[in-house]
Structures are given as structure tokens and as C-alpha cells.
Design a protein around this ligand. Structure first.
Ligand SMILES: [Zn+2]
Length: 90
């Protein structure tokens, strides 16, 4: 794996973080609400709805519970543009 420049985008979420997200809140900033990104198979990409945070996660959601997940790069960190996410316009 190549070294990440700043953060570790592929870090797995802790159990605490998973529980926080299952409750609908961002484990990074506590904001309530996520923007849904692309879905592939059983995994769903989501982004924190706080425009100052926008931390992104790739999660596995089963019956409304987030059972697994990891951090993925923000759009500003090289992540893809999500058509369904907030407009990236200024
Ligand atoms: Zn957040």
C-alpha cells in the first residue's frame, strides 16, 4: 500500500465509530446526517453532511446497522465526485 500523505484513508472504523454512525452521527464531528454516495454490492459510500467535515466512509449496512466500515478519501483528498452529494460548486 502506498503511504497516504496525511491521514490513513483506509483505516477501519472502530466499534465506537460504527455505533455512532448507526445512530446517524458522524464519528469525526458529531454532525447528524450523511449524504449518500455511490453504492456497490453490499457496501455504501457515505459522506458526513457537515460541509466543514465531509469525512467519507465506505460502510456495510445490514438492517439499518452499520456493521463494518472504513474511511475513504474526501473529494478534496482525491476521492471521486459524487453526483448525489452536495454540489461541489462554490
Ligand atoms: Zn463529520
Amino acid at each position: 500500500m502506498a503511504e497516504a500523505p496525511r491521514r490513513q484513508p483506509q483505516d477501519n472504523l472502530t466499534d465506537d465509530a460504527l455505533a455512532t454512525m448507526s445512530a446517524g452521527r458522524c464519528p469525526e464531528c458529531g454532525y447528524r446526517g450523511f449524504v449518500l454516495g455511490p453504492r456497490g454490492g453490499m457496501s455504501q459510500n457515505i459522506e458526513c453532511g457537515n460541509t466543514k467535515c465531509r469525512t467519507r466512509f465506505n460502510v456495510l449496512c445490514v438492517s439499518g446497522e452499520i456493521v463494518m466500515g472504513s474511511y475513504i478519501p474526501r473529494e478534496s483528498e482525491g476521492g471521486g465526485t459524487w453526483p448525489s452529494a452536495w454540489g461541489s460548486g462554490k
